[in-house]
Design a protein around this ligand. Structure first.
Ligand SMILES: C[S@@+](CC[C@H](N)C(=O)[O-])C[C@H]1O[C@@H](n2cnc3c(N)ncnc32)[C@H](O)[C@@H]1O
Length: 216
């Protein structure tokens, strides 16, 4: 199912996706992101959920310095870039088709020193998960939107997280089915809403894997 990029103000929102450059300021850095909606669609534009998650990370309630972070469905890589600027060792992932665009946005915005701390790897949810270890923090912006991917996305998050990991997901809950993903997640994770941005209608949820009790 295709994602409908609706925005308050309709045409204005769509115009924003069609602009080939957008600039953000995070962690005292000007970050210039290239967009290409026409050729690459959802993976090549910056979604509000990414911007809100970057603001949340920059505000500092979670100390990312030195932690291992993986970003799922990174698109242009804005969240991964900000995590790297905040001192994390970041693995930024998306589908194979999005790799070249993602790499170019990330490398354009990080110094060679920071690029060394960032890995950009293809990861299609549910596939070849054995290539990935567990991470301290798993982040994803606007990745809860394709119902057919929900089981694979959940399996991926489960694989990447230990009982000490923190999962941070930012999203708009556009349709009832998006809430279904959170309900699926709650069977294996403790899920709490930690932020809501009323300007963009973006929620941020944090999740921790439930501790499995060993049967006596
Ligand atoms: C709405 S975009 C969000 C992009 C970016 N996180 C942001 O917020 O700007 C959804 C992203 O999920 C990725 N995606 C969709 N299905 C996927 C799958 N099965 N495996 C991995 N990534 C997927 C898309 O390529 C796209 O980059």
């Amino acid at each position: 199912m295709a994602l409908v990029p609706y925005e308050e103000g309709g045409a204005f929102g769509l115009k924003r996706f069609h602009s080939s450059d957008t600039t953000y300021s995070f962690v005292n850095h000007s970050i210039q992101i290239k967009q290409n909606w026409k050729e690459l669609g959802v993976a090549a534009v910056v979604w509000d959920a990414a911007v809100v998650l970057c603001m949340f990370l920059e505000a500092g309630s979670i100390n990312l310095k030195g932690s291992s972070v993986i970003e799922l469905g990174a698109g242009t890589g804005l969240v991964g870039i900000v995590a790297a600027l905040l001192g994390a060792n970041v693995t930024i992932t998306d589908r194979e088709v999005a790799m070249d665009f993602l790499k170019s946005n990330v490398n354009e915005n990080l110094t060679p020193g920071l690029q060394d701390k960032v890995f950009i790897k293809p990861l299609t949810w549910g596939r070849a998960l054995e290539d990935f270890p567990t991470f301290d923090v798993i982040v994803g912006a606007d990745i809860i939107y394709l119902e057919e991917t929900f089981p694979d996305l959940l399996q991926t998050i489960l694989h990447l997280s230990s009982e000490d990991s923190l999962v941070l997901l930012s999203c708009r809950l556009r349709y009832k089915r998006d809430q279904n993903f959170l309900d699926m997640m709650k069977l294996q994770f403790t899920v709490t809403e930690v932020h809501y941005d009323s300007n963009t209608d973006v929620h941020i949820f944090k999740a921790h894997k439930k501790i499995q009790r060993k049967e006596l």
